[in-house]
Design a protein around this ligand. Sequence first.
Ligand SMILES: Cc1cc2nc3c(=O)[nH]c(=O)nc-3n(C[C@H](O)[C@H](O)[C@H](O)COP(=O)(O)OP(=O)(O)OC[C@H]3O[C@@H](n4cnc5c(N)ncnc54)[C@H](O)[C@@H]3O)c2cc1C
Length: 418
Amino acid sequence: MMTHAAYDCDVLVIGGGIVGLSTAYAITRTAPGTRVTVLEKEWGPARHQTGRNSGVIHSGIYYPPGSLKARYAVRGAAELVDFCAEHGIAHAVTGKLIVATSRGELPRLHALVQRGRAHGLPVREFGPAQIAEYEPEVRGVAAIRVGTTGVCDFTAVAVRFAAEVSASGGQIRYGAEVVAVDRRPWGVAVRTSDGQVVRARVLVNCAGLHSDRVARLAGDDPGARIVPFRGEYYELARPELVRGLVYPVPDPAFPFLGVHLTRGVDGTVHVGPNAVPALAREGYGPTVVHPRELAATLAWPGSWRIARRHWRYGAGEVHRSLSKSAFTRAVQRLLPEVTEADLRPSPAGVRAQAVLRDGTLVDDFLIRDAPHTVHVLNAPSPAATASLPIGREVARRALQRARATGWTPPAVESGHCV
Ligand SMILES: Cc1cc2nc3c(=O)[nH]c(=O)nc-3n(C[C@H](O)[C@H](O)[C@H](O)COP(=O)(O)OP(=O)(O)OC[C@H]3O[C@@H](n4cnc5c(N)ncnc54)[C@H](O)[C@@H]3O)c2cc1C
């Protein structure tokens, strides 16, 4: 058994996105004095999914009752609004319209009303006249308004989590990419690309687009691969065309798809994202190719199975990605006034979507733990909204795993990791 002093820290978190930082924050709150270190490969927090998304505080209406997504989004949205208010972070609870543009979409819209009410959400049904009252330029045959949806600055939330962790004695190291993990009977030793070694009782993997690779480095089989899907946006040159958040009725098979209109906290309106296969895990442009990552994606049987199953949908997304006029036509179904000239390219994000060997897209959040490790293997949207409850759950599991090494929660705050 190692002595307490021989560990550099009790819990080592890999990944300084919103999930890793929320986990570290939850540890400092639930077990003050626990020595926690976060290793992030970039030179600051939130440089990947957390800093490249739609900035929407989701209500939870889309997700099946009982799923982690539904439970954590409904609770997380309310907690996030309180967190932003407490810490002076830009946010607004604007509500959102989900708009049916054809009668064929009405049964799915009505099903969403039922689901929203089952989740206890404030949902109102609108006809065309009420749509025009809220969004004069938006056209639809019917809509619903979900009152608890909002917008916020997720990068600022992540930065605040980091500041709170540091203030509680935790350590956050940037420019520290984990390249090797050595699993021992007493815990884990990780090595960073600059040759530093950190020994911990428990490793928490919140590496987002690289979470499956980190799990394998630690000797655990993730059972899935991250398949990266780029989400491209345009910025609306005439933001006055949209007052708030406007979404199409989702396809139940792909609730995260469907180009939407989002007025952010800074008043800019973004149109998007689509979902096209990315040729690198951090492939933010169509020409970014990482041959080794691409080969690994293609070697995973699940990638081919999704391609075979969903090629028609995928082809439509790729077409709208390559053709701005096709993209514009898709937006015009909701916003007839928009023209190609109104759409200016804006930075893209890449979703970390876990895919099983049989081609199933993992729908719910997926957290797995084993002796000395906790892995967050699927944390797509709405994980930013749900970051507070997810962080608490990951922290709970990490502390449970730490106890199995003989660790006990400190009675008093006791400084930080070396
Ligand atoms: C286009 C798009 C739109 C979205 N819109 C919304 C939305 O409106 N609302 C919402 O709630 N959610 C949204 N999401 C989802 C949300 O952004 C993610 O669920 C959330 O940011 C996931 O956070 P994370 O910390 O798991 O991942 P990330 O933010 O990707 O963080 C993972 C971190 O791990 C680091 N890392 C990886 N490997 C290593 C390593 N070996 N060593 C050290 N560090 C490593 C990375 O550098 C990165 O900083 C959207 C996502 C995308 C892509």
